[in-house]
Design a protein around this ligand. Structure first.
Ligand SMILES: [Zn+2]
Length: 85
């Protein structure tokens, strides 16, 4: 049997477990591939308790996803209504 060439994902870059760990330890501030701080992330796309943001390195142009999970909630003031004293 021939192996299918269609299974190949286009330009999906592998990130090693080591790179992932380091990236998270750094707070996601540097590119996991080249270490550049020139990275640009899209707005968060939240779904329930998980949110994902696509990030691109402006130096090596690789892309990856930041994955966030909900860890708590905080109190917030309602916008612009309680201003009288
Ligand atoms: Zn990079």
């Amino acid at each position: 049997m021939k192996s299918s060439v269609f299974l190949r994902k286009a330009d999906m870059v592998k990130i090693t477990e080591e790179q992932k760990k380091k990236y998270v330890e750094n707070g996601g501030r540097t590119c996991p591939f080249c270490g550049s701080t020139e990275i640009d992330s899209d707005s968060l796309d939240a779904d329930g308790s998980v949110a994902i943001a696509k990030v691109e390195c402006l130096d090596c142009h690789k892309v990856w996803e930041d994955i966030f999970t909900l860890t708590g909630i905080g109190e917030a003031e309602e916008a612009e209504e309680d201003e009288e004293e």
